[in-house]
Design a protein around this ligand. Structure first.
Ligand SMILES: *C/C=C(C)/C=C/C=C(C)/C=C/C1=C(C)CCCC1(C)C
Length: 251
């Protein structure tokens, strides 16, 4: 088992029929690539500060696309979960999702404290999750529970806490609608991951789910959360751009 993947295997990874986990890695790599192209092209068509939000959406799926190329060849060669690539991807992309929250709330008073608080809890969630999946695998339920504290802190901030208050006080229905959708991604979309995690042997759902289902579930979660989240940001940026052009035309 070799964690270093050479260029040839990166693009010539073999996929056997019946390898459903492998299928989802291939689909994931292409979906992330396509979404990245889409977000970068749309970035050139939105106004002002919305370009930053679109850039971050494209970076999230772009970073994921590169990792998916690595993960799919790692899986194809070893039929082993690419845990390290997975968590490196998450440790870069989940904080960028926190940046998206900060960027859309900045005009309504979001401070750096909000950004760092969300990033802190996301890293807490991922580092403890990683420990439960690797070093302390026999105790994965305990580490999963610790990780959930980080998840709950972000969920609280977005649904009831300071982030939610900034959105409510914004008096901007378009922003509020997008913020609400992003909140649903945290509540429902992010909840997909702990389900995959519980498929680990010895995990809470390991009686029902085979160990391979973990990667399938994580891959579904990534597609929903990285692409879906980016599309919400895109639709907000596009609406805001249209509103600015309409008011400029009316003036
Ligand atoms: C693009 C990647 C994303 C949005 C990844 C999100 C990952 C999580 C929300 C992971 C959460 C976990 C728990 C809440 C407990 C068990 C361990 C984790 C890390 C799977």
């Amino acid at each position: 088992m070799n964690a270093l993947v050479n260029f040839e295997s990166l693009f010539l990874a073999q996929l056997q029929s019946g390898d459903y986990v492998g299928f989802t890695f291939f689909i994931g790599s292409m979906a992330m690539l396509a979404a990245t192209v889409f977000f970068f092209v749309q970035m050139t068509r939105v106004n002002g500060k919305w370009k930053d939000s679109m850039l971050v959406s494209g970076l999230i799926t772009g970073i994921a696309a590169v990792h998916y190329f690595y993960m799919r060849s790692f899986w194809a060669e070893n039929q082993v979960s690419p845990t390290e690539f997975r968590y490196i991807d998450w440790i870069l992309t989940v904080p960028l999702m926190c940046v998206e929250f900060y960027l859309i709330l900045k005009a309504f008073g979001a401070k750096h404290a909000l950004l760092w608080r969300m990033i802190f809890w996301s890293l807490f969630m991922l580092v403890t999750g990683y420990l439960g999946e690797t070093v302390f695998r026999e105790a994965s339920p305990l580490w999963g529970a610790i990780s959930t504290i980080g998840y709950a802190a972000i969920f609280y901030d977005v649904w009831f806490g300071p982030a939610k208050k900034l959105a409510s006080n914004s008096n901007d229905p378009t922003l509020q609608k997008a913020f609400k959708s992003l909140g649903w991604f945290i509540l429902v979309g992010w909840a997909i991951y702990p389900i995959g995690y519980m498929a680990i042997p010895g995990g809470l759902l390991s009686g029902m789910l085979s160990p391979e289902s973990m990667d399938i579930i994580y891959n579904i979660g990534d597609a929903v959360n990285k692409i879906g989240f980016g599309l919400v940001i895109y639709s907000l940026a596009a609406s805001k751009t249209a509103q600015t052009s309409a008011s400029a035309a009316g003036a």
